[in-house]
Structures are given as C-alpha cells and as structure tokens.
Design a protein around this ligand. Sequence first.
Ligand code: ADP
Ligand code: MG
Length: 487
Amino acid sequence: MSKDKSEYLINRKDNQYEVVIGLEVHAQVTSESKLFSTSSTKFGAEPNTQVSLVDAALPGMLPVINEYCVKQAIKTGIGLKAKINKRSVFDRKNYFYADLPQGYQISQFKDPIVGEGKVILDMPDGQKEVGIERLHLEQDAGKSIHDLDPKYTFVDLNRSGVALMEIVSKPDLRSPDEVNAYVKKLRSIMRYLGTCDGNMQEGSLRADVNVSVRKKGSKEFGTRCEIKNVNSIKFMQMAIEYEANRQVDLIEDGQSIDQETRLFDTKKNETRSMRSKEDAHDYRYFPDPDLLPLEVSEDFIEKLKLEIPELPDEKKKRFIEKFKLSPYEATILVSDNETSNYFENVIKKSDVKLATNWIIGELFAALNEKNLEITESPISAGNLSKLINLIKDGTISGKIAKTVFEHMMEGDKDPKKIVEEKGLKQESDPKALEALIDKVIDDNREKATEYKSGKVKLFGFFVGQVMKVSAGKANPQLVNEILKKKL
Ligand code: ADP
Ligand code: MG
C-alpha cells in the first residue's frame, strides 16, 4: 500500500473513519523464579539451563504456585485501580506446539485474579481514561529458534513457565498516539510498583493488538483483527496504521472484514493473515486439576496496599500542587521513578523553576545525545543543584552555566571548582564594569551619538559588545543598569 494512501485515515481532514483499538499486553512478572517452579528467570542464560522437571513437563510433576508472583499481580491490580478477585481459578489452555511440552498453558480464563480497572492517559489535549477489562496470570511458553540451522528448529525452554500478567484493555483506544501513551503509562505504573521491568528488547512487554474501524459517529464496533505478539511501541503504531487502512479499503470496496489473527511483518511493514476465526483454536479450557482455586484474604490484600508506593498520577498531582509545575513538566518528570527521584534530590537545595528547566532542557538533551539513562548521568543531583545555586546567587550567568554544565558532563565535578579553575566567575563589581563600559562607549563614539539621538535599538549592540569584551562574564543585569546610565 502506498504511503499517501496509508495516511488518509489518520491525517486526512475529511476522513470519515475512526479506528478502534484494544490491547492485550503480556507483561513478564518481575520475580526470580517461575510461576509454578523454582527455576531461575534470569535473562540471557545458555539455552535450556533454567528448566526444572516441572517446566519440561515430565510426567507426574506437580505445579506449586509462587506466592511472590501472586503478590506482584495483585499489586499491579491495585496500581490499575482495579477490583481484586479474592477467588481466582487456573485453567488449562490446551494446544500443541513444539515449545510447549505440557501440551497446555496454565492460564486464567473465566475467573482472573484481577477484574476491571483503569489507566489515565496524559494526551496533549487533556486526560483520557482507558478501561481495563481484566488482568490474569499465566505461564509463558518456550522459544522455537528457526534461524540457527537451515534444516532444524531448536527449542529453548528457559522461558517456559515464566510468570506473565496478561492485561486486557477495553476497546477504548482511538489512535496510534493513544496506544503509545497507554503502553508507556502501563509500563511506568509497573516499573514504579516493581512488578514488571517493562524491558521491550528482552521481551518483558509485548502486546496483541486488536484493531477495527467504523464510520465516525457509528455506535457499533466493526469486526476486529488481532495482530499477535508485537514487541515495540513503534511496531504497534505501524501495524495499527497499516491494518486500519487495509480495513477501510476493504469496506470502501464493498467487502467485509474477516475476524482473524494476523502477523505484523516488520520488514515489509504490513500485516498478514495467520489464521481466521473459522478455524480458530478451541482451547478446551478447563480448571487445572493439579491446582486448587486461588483464594486470598482481605487481610492479604490490605497488607499489599501498604506496600504500594506513590504512583505516577498521584506524584504528578503533588508536583503540580506543591512545586507549581505545569502539567507538561510534571508528566515528563514523573514518567519514571528514577527521574522524579533525581528531580526531588536537586530541588532539596535549589530553586524549583531553574531545576525543572535545567533537567528537562539541558540535562535530558545531553543524556539523550550520549544515550544515557538518568541513573547513569555524569552529573549528580547534588552537583546540578550546586550549579543552579551559582546561577541563582549571581556567581555565574545562565550562559556561562551552560559552559560549566558541559564541563560537568565530562565527569562529575563540583561546579564551583570548574568556575574557579577556568576563571568563569561573573563580573559583578560595578567599578570594574563601569571601566569596561566606558571603554566600549569610547570605542563606539558614533553609535553612542546615534543612540542618544533616538536610535534606541542600538542598546542591544552595546550590551553585546560589553559581554564580548568581558568574555561573557559580565553580570548582564548590572551591565544593563550601568549602560542605561552612561548612555
Ligand atoms: P479474545 O479472547 O478473543 O481475544 P477478548 O474479549 O479477550 O477476546 O478481547 C480481546 C481484546 O480485543 C480486548 O483488548 C478488547 O478491548 C479488544 N476488542 C474487542 N472488540 C474490539 C473491536 N471491535 N475493535 C477493536 N478491539 C476490540
Ligand atoms: Mg485475544
């Protein structure tokens, strides 16, 4: 499909269609061991070195529920403002695949551990609420490796039995941008909670993306297609764009949409049919006879509530109220716990407004350029707050501060030392400045006369000259004052 065609749905002004999206996010539970066995979940180990007899599904092995994973799921439910179900049931979802030695996946079908909840999106034009349908616990499957050998497929069972939370949204999303915001918010909440690391490169967060289209204003949903196992936000957005346009084209052509499962081909940027609902699997779900229904008490849930930290929405509210940040600034600073901690450490001892600007502006740009996380910042929170105080008390100008900042990025040095060593201290002595200014006026007699005869625009020229002669060190405020008097 040509690009200009693929843009009409989302960008064309007169577009008559609306895209409807619902996500099934698979989030790997942060846990050292698997959902029903004691094997390690560590990423990147040699194939098949983290497989217990339970994970390999040897006959007679019995699964034992990992209480920690249950706690993680409930905490996530609390973070999603969701209903926690005191009784949930593990079912067998039966299907055959080489990387699924049990012949079934243990999952939750009718009775999930977490019911309805919600996620708030911060969109440029305001907030939007997205409903959560459910969250259930399930086992991950192993991994088939097709590209190691021309003839054979290999199977790695390290991932087999790792705990996943499947988080199902309501079909409330309406654009690729909302999907971007939704996945990021979900990831942020789980990272605050410590329940999923959200690492998409390592496959800790993947999603099945359900897409349908309908005429704008229509009350009914169109038939949806489900795009399986998309592992980056960018790919989710590309897949939605492609898929929505494919469906619009079919409808415009008088055809109907088949409800089917599709794959997104990241190289060709298109979705392809995998299987249709007609031959959809009948998984023959039934309660796993090896596992009793999972029951948790009110007390168990209440104790977990005490462990819930301040989450992004609440933190954002506090930042806006207490520090008078704009919603935009607050949204950026609370996006992850590390950033908000850094910010709060900087402002312990320095001006909030300056700190906000320096972190969102200079620091983020510099970290971005070096491809560093905030936790790897060469400039510690303590030293950034020292730099801000040097600006605040007039020791250096904002402009010189940028030079000092660059030196600090080279290694975490005390800005005071940098200012001393490099002689960058701001000149705030009126006597010294007067001498400088006299010289500048003297050197530019003609312009001074023009200024006096009404060409006030020349004032900026004089400020510039003084700054230049002082190598940027003259206190701009004082320069302005003295210049006004002298001219
Ligand atoms: P299934 O088990 O067949 O995948 P679910 O009821 O669990 O069905 O729904 C899966 C996802 O599909 C949910 O995230 C839901 O929001 C989404 N969904 C349902 N109907 C539509 C639709 N018409 N368009 C887009 N997404 C939809
Ligand atoms: Mg589904």
